[in-house]
Design a binder for this molecule. Structure first.
Ligand code: HAM
Length: 426
């Protein structure tokens, strides 16, 4: 039998109400905060991610699904990649469609996206090779730290609405590229003496971009990382002031945070503010729910005009895992049909099709099976459908127009006309 590819999975009907809930709350948050949806292609030119996310990152260096497209008479086989993240694509779209044109100073473009991403990571609980992200990007000429605090305030509302309460906001500043260059040299010096303690990947990172050593999860490397000089200690003055203002904005909104000077995030485009929201329940080792930050300069890297940017993405897979059990149960129970139609005999069967049509036209969710069954078997089928009510239709009901509506949880039954039944479900 053919099975799913390693690191991918089917999302089954019993889990979909949880996914829909997270999507619905996210869309509502975005509506309230003035974000509009964008959908970009699932594959792009490889160069977009190589330049945007950065050659030295794990994502580009080891995790991309890259393939050469078939050559055709009108095109050479070009290198394409399944998107490992969506910030580079959204900035590409922002530039391609000239969303920056005709802007008044300070005017912002607020976009959000929902969709699958692909990374060839080692699969484990909460880490997949096809996973789903919901994210936002705010772009324009302003880099006001109030934007960052407002986005985090929106996330705090979203988590609260989903009843995910036990989370920690981690923040850091990774400074400006110019001040980072001298820090990276300091870091390389510090690492040089410790090279024998680092893994093979970190040797590569040491050569290409020592900052990426902080992304390493290997325990022996973690011990080295704990003693390295941090980027926060060598911030330029402007980034330091920006970080102080960002914290003041969080304080003013009553949003609690922890500064983590070793959190540099695994993508090269970040400047200044970086943040993560970590969950503590139901997640295991892959407990980073949300990651984001500022990426002023990404537009320029992709050949666009100077643009400021800030955004985040959360893993939908992980957000679903973090939903409290009581909430998950409630959502699954709500996903049941309103009513299961039970008919007894052939004449009632024909009539039942009409009743089903009328109920559905009135917006009622109807479950129905076509087998003619005895009462007991039919009621078993009704229970299995998880419907809240069973509507019983026999010859008497057909002639009187009064139907037995049975509450399947309490067993109570009442006799009602179709109009009354519709009114009850409204
Ligand atoms: P990221 O930290 O690479 O950031 O991913 C964001 C979130 O996606 C993670 O915190 C996690 O919840 C989820 N995620 C990542 N990889 C996997 C995986 N293999 N399986 C399951 N979930 C995963 C970005 O992608 C940036 N584009 C975020 C951003 C937007 N920064 C600015 N704007």
């Amino acid at each position: 039998m053919i099975q799913t590819v390693r690191g991918t999975r089917d999302l089954l009907p019993e889990d979909m109400p949880l996914w829909h809930r997270v999507e619905e709350v996210a869309r509502e948050a975005f509506r309230r905060y003035g974000f509009r949806e964008i959908r970009t292609p699932i594959f792009e030119k490889t160069e977009l991610f190589a330049r945007g996310v950065g050659e030295s990152t794990d994502i580009v260096h080891k995790e991309m699904y890259t393939f050469v497209d078939r050559a055709r008479a009108d095109s050479e086989g070009e290198s394409l990649t399944l998107r490992p993240e969506n910030t580079a694509s959204v900035v590409r779209a922002y530039l391609q469609h000239k969303m920056f044109a005709d802007k008044s100073p300070g005017e912002l473009t607020r976009l959000y996206y929902i969709g699958p991403m692909f990374r060839r990571e080692r699969p484990q609980a909460g880490r997949y090779r096809q996973f789903y992200q919901i994210g936002v990007e705010v772009m324009g000429s302003s880099d006001d730290p109030a934007i960052e605090a407002e986005v985090i305030e929106m996330l705090s509302w979203l988590l609260q609405e989903l009843k995910i309460t036990n989370t920690t906001l981690l923040i850091n500043s990774v400074g400006e590229p110019a001040s980072r260059a001298s820090y990276v040299e300091t870091l390389r010096e510090a690492l040089k003496a410790q090279l024998d303690k680092l893994c093979a990947d970190c040797h590569h990172r040491y050569e290409t971009n020592p900052l990426r050593v902080f992304d390493c999860k290997v325990a022996s490397c973690q011990a080295v990382i704990a003693d390295l000089p941090t980027i926060t200690d060598s911030l330029d003055d402007a980034s330091r002031a920006h970080f102080e203002q960002f914290k003041a904005h969080l304080d003013a909104r009553g949003l609690a945070y922890t500064v983590n000077p070793r959190m540099v995030r695994g993508l090269d485009y970040y400047t200044r503010t970086a943040f993560e929201i970590v969950g503590h329940d139901g997640l295991g080792a892959q407990n980073t729910l949300i990651g984001g930050g500022r990426y002023d300069g990404l537009s320029e890297t992709l050949g666009g005009p100077p643009t400021k940017g800030f955004g985040f993405a959360f893993g939908l897979d992980r957000m679903v895992m973090a939903l409290p059990e009581a909430e998950a149960q409630r959502l699954r129970a709500n996903d049941a049909p309103d009513v299961f139609l039970v008919f007894l005999g052939d004449a009632a069967r024909q009539h039942t099709f009409q009743v089903a049509r009328d109920l559905r036209a009135a917006g009622v969710s109807v479950a129905l099976e076509f087998e003619d069954r005895k009462m007991k078997k039919a009621m078993t089928a009704a229970a299995k459908s998880r419907a809240r009510y069973a509507l019983i239709i026999g010859d008497n009901e057909v002639s009187s127009g009064q139907y037995g509506l049975k509450n399947l949880a309490t067993g109570e039954q009442e006799s009602l006309s179709l109009g009354d039944i519709i009114a009850k479900f409204k």
